[in-house]
Design a protein around this ligand. Sequence first.
Ligand SMILES: [Ca+2]
Length: 726
Amino acid sequence: MKLCFLITFFITLFGFTERKPNIVFFFTDDQTTNTLGCYGNKRVQTPNIDKLADQGTRFNNAFVSQSICWASRMTILTGLTGRSFIDLKKLSVAKTDAVKTLYSDILKQNGYRTGYIGKWHAKMPKGWKREEHFDEVKVISRNPFYKKQPDGSYRHETELIIDRGIDFINDQPKGKPFALNLWFNACHAEDNDRRPGIGHYPWPKSVDGMYEDITFQAPRLNHPEIFKNHPEFLQTGINRIRYYWRWNTSQKYQTNMRSYYRMVSGIDNAIGRFMKALEKAGLADNTIIVYSADNGYYMGNRGFAGKWSHYEESLRVPLIIMDPRVEAKQKGKVLEAPVLNLDFPSTFLDWAGVKIPERYQGRSLKELVTKGSTENWRTETFHEFFSGRGQNPAFEGMRNANFKYARYMDHGNYEFLHDLKKDPDELVNLVNDPKYKETLEKMRRRTDGRVKELGGSLSPLQKPWRKSIVPSPRAAADLHYKKDKNGFISLFNGKSLKGWAGNKDYWSIQDGAITGITDGSLKKNTYLSWVGSTVQNFELRLKAKISKGGNSGIQYRSLSRPDLGLYSISGYQFDILSDNAGFHGCLFDVKGRKVLSRPGEKVIVDKDAQAWVTEINPQKVFPAEQWDEYRIVVKGNRYQHWINGQLTADVIDLDSKNRSLEGIIALQLHANVKMKVQFKDILIKHFNDDFPLLHDVPIPNSAYSVKPVGKLPADWKPRIYGDKNK
Ligand SMILES: [Ca+2]
């Protein structure tokens, strides 16, 4: 003992000890490998992450043991798989023993300064304090991704996490090693904001406009038969419901893919900024960088969204480790060895020269990175899922280079066996194929054994399993909301702006109504948008009241326009103008074709965007300052508006280039007008998403052009449709 102490003393005194490396762990949320350049994606721009791969080791077979945010994070913090760290009786909180000493505590005991910045998502026992386990903790969450700064500007969480990370390294005392966790919220969706684009996948400003001109290919595995091949519990689980939030229509898919890619590039940009700061601080040559994600992600493949289930998209994550100290010949290596998130804490401790606790279930990746050697490495990995059990299908199973086995315990042990060599897309279930009988039995036994080692089987499900969705709903917007006896859903609770997004400087609740007020100083139109879903075919009913001189509108099938501002919207509008019978109730296309009808006009918009009046109904004018009943019916490409039962617009839109078949609902507050507008009793009923469109509707020769907006010559006269062909 004494001798030991003396040796340590002399080694320390004469500086014989190896300088301990710093560790920076970039951890993203919800990302598969296929959205990074270094993993073969030619479109996404991730030069800084690709550079890490060039200089480090890229793992082609990195997986998580349980594919969900919190469990993956807990596994890294504890060094244990889910069924080992969890209280198996409750399944929702960690065992006290499992979280008493995290890897960060052990690093701290061994001279490290530890930091945790970003998304915190863990299920710790009562009284557990994260501040006791890291020297510095700064939790930065999403919802919203954009945080208001003291100067009134907004900054994205990705940037804020890197800002604090740079502060951390700039404060680093000389001669002391550090371990810094930078755990992003991106690329997680803002689940409760289902406006495609900046609503659902908010990206940082630094990547505004990127990928704007790209049309994404449809998901590779999107054939309906692939989805239909699944057992009912996978067709009706949350993988399916979120598909309808994100990917089910081309418009949603394109907008959300673009936005998701921006989130990835936003992280890449921020990492580039951090790497420069690390260099500047003189720390780069002794800092190991780790890049990974908490779980994989379905982006439309198989008719799915999210993570959770057993396929590769869900379990596979990117992993890049760049240790600047390794020999040049090891740089840029790609390893096929199967590794897990479970291996991270063992690796961190190994780098620090600290003994890995016996209880840890993962292994150190150190030798894999320094020597590229995978000798005696594991050949199989265990995977499980049991979070939100009862609503999410729980499974357990094993994966090796040739096969994957999974059984869904709460569904009669429904089994999957995939031959990963012959069928890497996992489209064929070989469970009933006699040729694979032996393999199946072996995989079952391996799973049984591993389950036993890791803490045993889960107890049987107490309550019956609950479906989240029917496999193919008739209207995606209908999914989450309670309907009244006539099929209407309420979009406003009469009390708060819950479910709506907009600038709270202008929007509030007064007298039980959504109220927009401006003193005339507003320079750009601002909008309050419904975030619950996009809409396609529907009937919308509401009451509105507008002040004298006011100018407002109800947007539908519209688009977020972050290029014009965080709360800008364009698209179809039911125009509300209190004193101006020339527009009140008409159909207007904001930032597009402008006026498509004037009040009372029946209109057909031809394929070249020209609106033709085919009929006109005289209009009664409704005074300002009174509650009026508004009604909008949209079916296919026909749009009808009513005020107090009077038809004010009836438009058929044949202009396939400019029309919109899906989009969001929003309320407008106009710039440069002093006004107040109020909305209440907002009800919507959704019709089928596949409502047929009208084609080749004949335009009578007597039809005349709709009077445009703006200054017109004194002798302006409408064009006559029949003259067009003369
Ligand atoms: Ca996640």
